[in-house]
Write a protein that binds this ligand. Structure first.
Ligand SMILES: *Cc1c(COP(=O)(O)O)cnc(C)c1O
Length: 311
């Protein structure tokens, strides 16, 4: 694993290290950095729509998007829910494609007892202050292959060791100060996850019976990290009005992710109806381990009030 300045440079270095060119198949439902990293590396993002239960890329639609120019797949484990890693691995092998996972939400997630970060050729992480595990600013690239790990180490360290210059590089490293922050948080992550699990259950109880949906993985081998609490509203109009009602009580919510990345003003992609629909209707409610159950009940009550229900 290589510790980097942030999760965005991790994606850019990952694309460069795997020597991806031409088209990269990717998800339209992610943070903007997933797409801009592809554009920044002079590749073309080719968007494949998402599943409606995990909000991750729909693996069954990937093959139809492959062309002779496709060199890789860059997919995001959205909210820490796993992509269909086995189906993607199978497609990648048959078409000789590299696979990068944007694992910015996936720290601490396991499937079949194995870290989700261990799938694909590379997985990138973000340790930004808003993430489950953080180093204030920071990121990482999880690499299995040793030669690739050395190449990436050089890329993030200006491409030289002392007076020996090996390759083009960039400043993608991080500092001891940030690492120290990580060492403070690391032993606490399991406790964070446990507390968030209880908070998520509280939200689910309090919001039951409303016309809201929650992303749901089908796989029961999943050990989830409870990194976000996303709610899918019945309409965008209701989302906007609830967001406003909460903001009036100084409660901050986030349209995460919005817009669908195939609709960025500076780069248009092919239409992705599910992603566009989900982006318009999904809202992340306040969710962090210091949140109290009382606050969760209060926030939920405000949402219930909007839909005309009482306690
Ligand atoms: C946060 C995030 C990033 C960017 O990470 P930074 O450390 O902020 O650069 C990339 N992808 C996803 C899915 C993210 O959530």
């Amino acid at each position: 694993m290589q510790f980097t300045s942030n999760g965005t440079i991790a994606l850019q270095i990952a694309i460069k290290a795997l020597e991806l060119t031409g088209e990269i198949i990717t998800t339209p439902f992610s943070y903007v950095a997933t797409t801009t990293a592809i554009l920044w590396e002079n590749c073309e993002p080719v968007f494949v729509d998402i599943e409606n239960h995990t909000f991750c890329i729909d693996a069954s639609k990937i093959e139809a998007a492959i062309t002779p120019r496709t060199t890789g797949i860059l997919a995001t484990h959205v909210y820490g829910y796993p992509c269909d890693v086995l189906a993607i691995e199978d497609i990648a092998q048959r078409h000789n494609l590299k696979v990068i996972y944007d694992g910015a939400h996936a720290f601490g997630v396991r499937i079949h007892g194995r870290s989700l970060l261990s799938y694909g050729d590379l997985t990138t992480c973000s340790f930004h202050a808003t993430k489950l595990f953080h180093t204030v600013e920071g990121g990482a690239i999880v690499i299995k292959n040793e030669a690739l790990a050395r190449k990436i180490w050089l890329y993030k360290s200006f491409g030289h060791i002392g007076d020996e210059y090996f390759t083009l590089g960039v400043n993608g490293k991080n500092s001891e100060f940030h690492a120290a922050m990580g060492l403070c948080n690391l032993p606490r992550v399991e406790g964070f996850i446990e507390q968030r699990r209880a908070l998520a259950e509280c939200y689910r109880r309090e919001l039951a019976g409303l016309p809201l949906q929650f992303p749901e993985p089908i796989d029961d081998s999943l050990q989830y990290n409870y990194s976000y609490f996303p709610v899918l509203f019945d309409t965008e109009n209701h989302l906007l009005r609830v967001k406003e009602a909460l903001a009036a009580q100084t409660i901050n919510t986030r349209r995460y992710f919005f817009p669908s990345l195939n609709q960025l003003p500076y780069h248009a992609g092919a239409s992705c109806p599910t992603s566009e629909d989900v982006s318009r209707r999904v809202l992340c409610l306040p969710f962090y381990q210091e949140l109290t159950f009382e606050q969760v009940r209060w926030i939920s009550q405000l949402v219930r009030n909007f839909y005309g229900l009482t306690g």
